[in-house]
Write a protein that binds this ligand. Structure first.
Ligand SMILES: [Zn+2]
Length: 217
């Protein structure tokens, strides 16, 4: 999974707090303006990640910093809210989307991969209290963020399904590959990581959801 590094000045320190949850958002704006806005000091807003309709993932703020994505709390509906600024103990993912729109398939696959990586890295439980929407923190001004088009049950089901997979060790030319698993006596590997480890170039066509492997000698 490719994450394109960008930077935003809109963040603070985590004040020693541990990351306990992921907050999902929609931008209510489109690329490229929505990316540059999150990098603009005047916005006083940011997120750790932005996932575009084309399935690209940008990182704007490092995980160990507090991005300014959910600092204003109004009539929250989140049992883990402890009265302090949620930015200090959450990660924020923005999705390029206008109000009421569904994610594109490429965007869904990208955010699924990103969620997979983040729950593993930060030990975040896969449930509706630890993977939430902005509306849970501000039910007044953000009640449609990320809105009815966000695929909550598909996302949680896909993430939970991963927990049931049996991992398998894969070594390519002496180097371990992560993410391998077994289903019905067949071993599966992440196709990009595997193909690149074998020296091939991997392309992705978001329009047709096709992986293209080329250039292997
Ligand atoms: Zn939001």
């Amino acid at each position: 999974m490719q994450i394109i590094q960008k930077s935003s000045p809109n963040y603070s320190d985590r004040r020693g707090r541990k990351i306990i949850a992921i907050v999902n958002h929609i931008t209510a704006g489109l690329m490229p303006g929505t990316l540059s806005w999150l990098q603009n000091p005047a916005a006083k807003a940011s997120a750790h990640y932005l996932v575009t309709k084309a399935g690209q993932i940008y990182q704007l703020v490092a995980d160990d910093k507090a991005a300014w994505h959910a600092g204003i709390v109004a009539k929250p509906n989140w049992p883990l809210y402890d009265g302090s600024n949620p930015n200090y103990y959450t990660l924020g993912i923005e999705h390029e989307s206008l109000a009421g729109e569904a994610l594109t398939e490429a965007q869904y696959q990208a955010t699924l991969g990103l969620h997979r990586q983040l729950v593993a890295k930060h030990n975040i439980p896969i449930d509706t209290d630890h993977i939430i929407g902005h509306y849970r923190l501000d039910s007044i001004n953000r009640k449609n963020d990320p809105g009815p088009g966000f695929p909550w049950s598909r996302l949680l089901d896909n993430l939970k399904g991963d927990e049931d997979l049996t991992p398998v060790k894969i070594i390519v030319d002496g180097k371990p590959l992560t993410g391998g698993h077994i289903v019905d006596s067949t071993s599966y590997a992440p196709v990009r990581a595997l193909a690149e480890a074998l020296g091939a170039k991997v392309g992705w066509d978001p329009k047709t959801s096709t992986v293209i492997i080329e250039g292997r000698k």
